[in-house]
Design a protein around this ligand. Structure first.
Ligand SMILES: C[S@@+](CC[C@H](N)C(=O)[O-])C[C@H]1O[C@@H](n2cnc3c(N)ncnc32)[C@H](O)[C@@H]1O
Length: 213
């Protein structure tokens, strides 16, 4: 259901997870793909700061380099921040880099597409959603129709759902039909020359914040 479950050589099991630091660039590679890069820091921080304006108990999908997770957990408003991560190796890398994470931060292991059904109703003030998914998952309309009502159910009234930035201004169909109010912030960005997952390596990124009325 989730991200690549095959290693680059095609064998079954967890994909290879690697932290690559070269030529001043930092990349988290999962299964040979760029899953996260450190140039995203300012966009992660802007998303995290926006999330933290809406309460005190937060939830995040996808640990990655932990840039957003640490920013949310360290915000003075935050009482509790729970991050769900699919892969052991990603958490191990994070813990090696950050041996003393803030006490507000809890990391859980699991697949969002299974765990979302177990989230208690109206238990969180905001969710930051940043998993790296395969294109066939993004295109699965029936899947999004099942999981997004669960996200809305888990949010408290007035709570927010913030997915990772988009480099296109259009509201994402996966989310928009489940909310009545949306705020969009435009932020200029510059990726690495080697970045392959954005539309171009510079321009505007859009942070979309969906409100549960
Ligand atoms: C883009 S990174 C997250 C970056 C993070 N926001 C940061 O600031 O570093 C995506 C993460 O989502 C995780 N992931 C992918 N699919 C997932 C799923 N179904 N459930 C939970 N985590 C998932 C990946 O293993 C990866 O660590």
């Amino acid at each position: 259901m989730a991200q690549q479950q095959n290693s680059p050589d095609g064998t079954a099991g967890s994909p290879a997870v690697e932290l690559i630091e070269q030529n001043g660039e930092v990349t988290l590679s999962i299964g040979g793909e760029q899953a996260m890069q450190a140039w995203e820091r300012d966009l992660m921080w802007a998303s995290a700061d926006l999330l933290c304006r809406h309460g005190q108990d937060f939830y995040e999908v996808g640990l990655g380099l932990g840039l957003s997770a640490l920013r949310i957990a360290r915000n003075p408003a935050t009482r509790r921040h729970t991050v769900l991560e699919l892969f052991d190796e990603v958490e191990e890398l994070f813990r090696a880099q950050h041996p003393e994470p803030p006490p507000t931060l809890t990391i859980e292991r699991g697949d969002f597409f299974e765990r979302v059904f177990d989230l208690p109703s109206e238990s969180i003030d905001g969710m930051f959603f940043d998993p790296a998914l395969e294109m066939d998952v993004w295109k699965d309309e029936a899947l999004w129709a099942r999981v997004m009502p669960e996200v809305v159910r888990a949010l408290r009234p007035g709570g927010v759902f913030i997915p990772f930035f988009s480099t296109r201004p259009e509201l994402r169909w996966q989310y928009v039909r489940h909310f009545r109010t949306v705020r969009v912030e435009r932020h200029p960005y510059r990726a690495y020359d080697t970045t392959t997952y954005t539309h171009g390596t510079s321009g505007d990124a859009y942070i979309q914040c969906f409100y549960k009325d």
